[in-house]
Design a protein around this ligand. Structure first.
Ligand code: NAD
Ligand code: AHE
Ligand code: ZN
Length: 375
């Protein structure tokens, strides 16, 4: 069938909105009509050419919501008409990783996902006979896409697509990093580096669990008001502090004179490896945990003095907020519908697919929190 898609033909070039061809679902796959999709910084990361796994030509997008319109042979857990959120981290509940109960990183289809194809090794997308790659198993920058059954979460039908699409990445990543990865306790002191579409969700996650001190760090002064809107208690602009950012932050966390200072938890939501080091070193000696959420370019490496770890600081990573998609995403949709978490104010821009390059420009300029494409 013919579908409308924004195609990334080459790294570093604008997307081209055009008609492409999509084959129907094969065994174990579903065809989903995408109703809305967010534009995440990771789409920009891959489009820029910085992603070591980046493949072109490709249909990007991994933060969608839509309706199942057809299912392939053997599909049992969803049916036509179901409302779903595509999952770049699937949940098969059968692979060694799922069965371990130690990680959300299902390994059932990760290899083919990274190769930009369906689990059978082929792509469903093409343009004039030329293969197009799938992206993160989702390709939500198309009004229809094919996904493995294990890579969709069924959600309630009264949830608005143009809001809950954000749960497909940003909301779950930020809130999940607090709840699932760091397991932040009430009363904790936390620092969030980077107050964009992810960092603001970390902040609202910290508010949700009852953190006492929520320090936001961003080079963009406009993010102060944004952080405060979701529960941030202090704002620090590194450009106003200079080279002494870490001691400044450590000092800020002292609430008694006899404390040595440092955060119980820090979160990197920038993808900048220098910031990741600052985040680790701003943790409290003996127990502070630093959670890396940001995705760094090919070749980038993190470093610190091993002494930082010897003295009890912990470096951890978090993908999709440690969430098990088919289990956790419907619950997060419920939290939104019940008013426990906010999404609407973070969606600063909505636009049709034809304007998708504007969404990328707004993100690069730091002018949007989330842009959502509505089909
Ligand atoms: P964004 O562009 O909306 O926000 C990034 C923020 O970081 C901006 O506010 C920017 O001003 C700030 N920033 C940049 N340099 C900084 C510095 N040196 N110090 C402090 N702040 C700085 O991006 P986003 O959508 O929030 O994504 C953030 C990161 O998280 C990206 O690297 C993205 O690829 C990654 N990500 C990871 C996961 C995951 O599962 N691990 C999921 C989604 C996104
Ligand atoms: N391809 C990149 C890795 C990108 C990455 O780490 N992606 C996150 C999700 S970002 C969503 O916005 C993730 O889920 N990682 C786990 C995984 O299996 O990819 C690279 O650096 O190679
Ligand atoms: Zn994302």
């Amino acid at each position: 069938m013919d579908v409308r898609a924004a195609v990334a033909f080459e790294a570093g070039k604008p997307l081209e909105v055009t008609t492409v061809q999509l084959e129907g679902p094969r065994a174990g796959e579903v065809l989903v009509e995408i109703k809305a999709t967010g534009v995440c910084h990771t789409d920009e990361f891959t489009l820029s050419g910085a992603d070591p796994e980046g493949l072109f030509p490709v249909i990007l997008g991994h933060e969608g919501a839509g309706v199942v319109v057809d299912v392939g042979p053997g599909v049992t857990s969803v049916k036509k008409g179901d409302h779903v959120i595509p999952l770049y981290t699937p949940e098969c509940r059968q692979c060694p990783s799922c069965l371990s109960r130690k990680t959300n990183l299902c390994t059932a289809i990760r290899a083919t996902q990274g190769q930009g194809v369906m689990p059978d090794g082929t792509s469903r997308f093409s343009i004039e006979g030329r293969k197009l790659h799938h992206y993160m198993g989702c390709s939500t920058f198309a009004n229809f896409t094919v996904l493995p059954e294990i890579a969709v979460a069924k959600i309630r039908e009264d949830a608005p697509f143009d809001k809950v699409c954000y749960i497909g990445c940003g909301v779950t990543t930020g809130i999940g990093a607090v709840i699932n990865t760091a397991k932040v306790e009430p009363g904790a002191k936390a620092i969030v580096f980077g107050l964009g579409g992810i960092g603001l969700n970390v902040i609202q996650g910290l508010r949700l669990v009852g953190a006492d001190m929520i320090i936001g760090v961003d080079v963009n002064p406009a993010k102060k008001a944004w952080g405060e809107r979701f529960g941030m208690t202090h704002f620090v602009n590194p450009n106003e502090v200079g080279d002494d950012l870490v001691p400044y932050l450590v000092n800020l966390t002292k609430t008694r004179e006899d404390q040595i200072g440092g955060a119980d938890y820090t979160f990197d939501c920038t993808g900048n490896v220098k910031v990741m080091r600052q985040a680790l070193e701003a943790c409290h000696r003996g127990w502070g945990q630093s959670i890396i959420i940001g995705v760094a370019p090919a070749g980038a490496e993190i470093s610190t003095r091993p002494f930082q770890l010897v003295t009890g600081r912990v470096w951890k990573g978090s993908a999709f907020g440690g969430a098990r998609g088919r289990t956790d995403v419907p619950k997060i949709v419920d939290w939104y519908m019940q008013g426990k978490i906010e999404i609407d104010p973070m969606i600063t821009h909505t636009m049709p697919l034809s304007d998708i390059n504007r969404a990328f420009e707004l993100m690069r300029a730091g002018e949007s929190i989330r842009s959502v494409i509505v089909y």
